[in-house]
Design a binder for this molecule. Structure first.
Ligand SMILES: *Cc1c(COP(=O)(O)O)cnc(C)c1O
Length: 449
């Protein structure tokens, strides 16, 4: 037999009730109290805990859905965890842009109208060697816009070895269909030759396209046409070449001891008429996509009605401008740009941090778990350098005795229930935490206590 719940009026005057009203407002509090009172009536919760339950429910509902996490997956540019972290100047610029009016499409010198792409156009030209540049929502948008502008109603020729699926709904054939261009596949999965492209060019051809095979590599008996040769084939019949670099990088990564990736400037130098790439992959900025290349073609893309639908807002443009400006001092980029800083972090550094954190993690996990420092390999992620990995270190938590198969899932869930949630991976009968992306051990220690 449960006691009759007190009236809502009485509950509103309790300590928890008053706290709830001051934090969440009267309307929401009354609704939460009613629903908690209903649960008390059915015996689900105690009658004297109604207000406390209502407050807890309101607090839980107020918790952000999009919340910070600690990324210990070992994938630096993790698409599901938000890819690149912004540099300090980019964060400051974004805050300034979102806090007040800004010169988004305004020319302060003349007092007349300005163009939003002008905030990044010059920088992109300078950093890529391209004649002109525009920025849109992401690289998928850049590819869509370029295809719709240059090749709608006509044919685009692509190698069968490059018909990528990036994940989700980004499959090259589907993007082509959305852009209204007819896909003409040439060659085979493993081998495509110059004559395959040449034979496919006809009266209806609008474009030749090269796509970076971002998340796989074809090995063995393979052949592809070098970008420079493909540009020559396109130009011989006055056709443009679009090179979708995917991640794209503005600098020679080997200078930082990383695997080689073709730069945007390489693609322009090799003769691509348009190059598309991402803002939040290796470039290390906010989500964005770029079309850089020949002035007349970029201008056509900028005038296409889709451009308006795909354009960037002031917050991201501000962050982008600040990010691109960091590239003017490439020698300091490994300090100033978080993405590069994480990628070049030496294994010894990461191992030292793992050794420091091991006791705290062992205490947290409890006697049923063995916690060891391990060597592991980090991934760059987001379709940049799919096969190459970086030597790293971390902690592996494995069952100390005999444990059921679900023990690892339970431990993972415990890590995810921390504030902020800690995200690792399960492999080789252990929960593995790659510490490459943990720059400050205090954030993990705080989450554990
Ligand atoms: C990642 C990628 C895209 C999509 O870029 P987003 O910025 O994620 O929209 C397109 N093409 C290639 C080759 C990619 O690697």
């Amino acid at each position: 037999m449960t006691a009759r719940p007190p009236s809502i009026d009485l509950l509103l005057r309790s300590d928890a009730g008053r706290a709830a009203v001051s934090r969440f407002g009267r309307g929401a509090t009354v609704a939460a109290l009613r629903s908690a009172a209903e649960r008390a009536r059915t015996g689900e919760i105690a009658t004297d805990a109604i207000a406390a339950h209502a407050l807890a429910a309101l607090e839980q509902a107020a918790w952000p859905s999009l919340q910070p996490v600690i990324n210990l997956t070992g994938t630096v540019l993790h698409t599901n965890l938000g890819r690149a972290l912004l540099a300090e100047p980019a964060i400051a610029a974004a805050i300034a842009a979102m806090s007040g009016a800004a010169t988004l499409e305004y020319d302060v010198a003349t007092g007349g109208r300005g163009e939003r792409d002008d905030h990044v156009r010059g920088l992109l030209r300078e950093l890529t060697g391209a004649e002109d540049a525009i920025a849109v929502n992401n690289n998928a948008a850049a590819v869509l816009l370029a295809l719709a502008t240059i090749a709608a109603g006509r044919e685009t020729i692509v190698s069968r070895g490059e018909l990528i699926e990036i994940g989700g709904a980004f499959r090259m054939p589907a993007i082509m269909q959305s852009a209204g261009t007819r896909l003409v596949e040439v060659g085979t999965t493993n081998r495509t030759h110059a004559r395959d492209y040449e034979d496919a060019i006809g009266a209806d051809t609008a474009l030749l396209m090269k796509v970076h095979t971002s998340n796989y590599r074809i090995e063995g008996f393979t052949a592809e046409v070098a970008p420079r040769d493909l540009a020559a084939i396109a130009h011989a019949t006055s056709l443009p070449l679009l090179d979708d670099l995917g991640s794209g990088t503005l600098i020679d990564l080997t200078r930082h001891g990383l695997p080689r990736e073709r730069t945007v400037a390489d693609a322009i130098r090799d003769g691509a008429d348009l190059v598309t790439f991402s803002g939040d992959k290796l470039l290390g900025g906010p989500q964005a996509g770029f079309i850089v290349g020949r002035r007349d073609l970029v201008a056509r893309c900028a005038k296409h009605p889709l451009k308006r639908a795909l354009r960037l807002d002031k917050i991201r443009l501000a962050a982008l401008e600040a990010t691109l400006k960091l590239y003017r001092d490439p020698d300091r980029l490994a300090e100033t740009l978080p993405t590069l800083r994480l990628l070049v972090r030496p294994e010894s550094d990461i191992r030292t941090m793992a050794e420091t954190l091991r006791p705290a993690l062992s205490t947290w996990a409890g006697p049923d778990w063995r916690v060891e420092v391990i060597a592991c390999r980090s991934q760059i992620g987001s379709g940049a350098l799919p096969v190459e990995t970086l030597p790293s270190a971390g902690l592996a938590l494995s069952p100390a005795g005999r444990a059921s198969g679900s023990a690892l899932d339970v431990l993972s869930a415990r890590l995810r229930s921390l504030t902020p949630p800690v995200i690792g991976t399960i492999r080789d009968n252990a929960v593995r935490l790659d510490l490459r992306c943990l720059e400050d051990p205090a954030t993990l220690l705080a989450a554990l206590t």
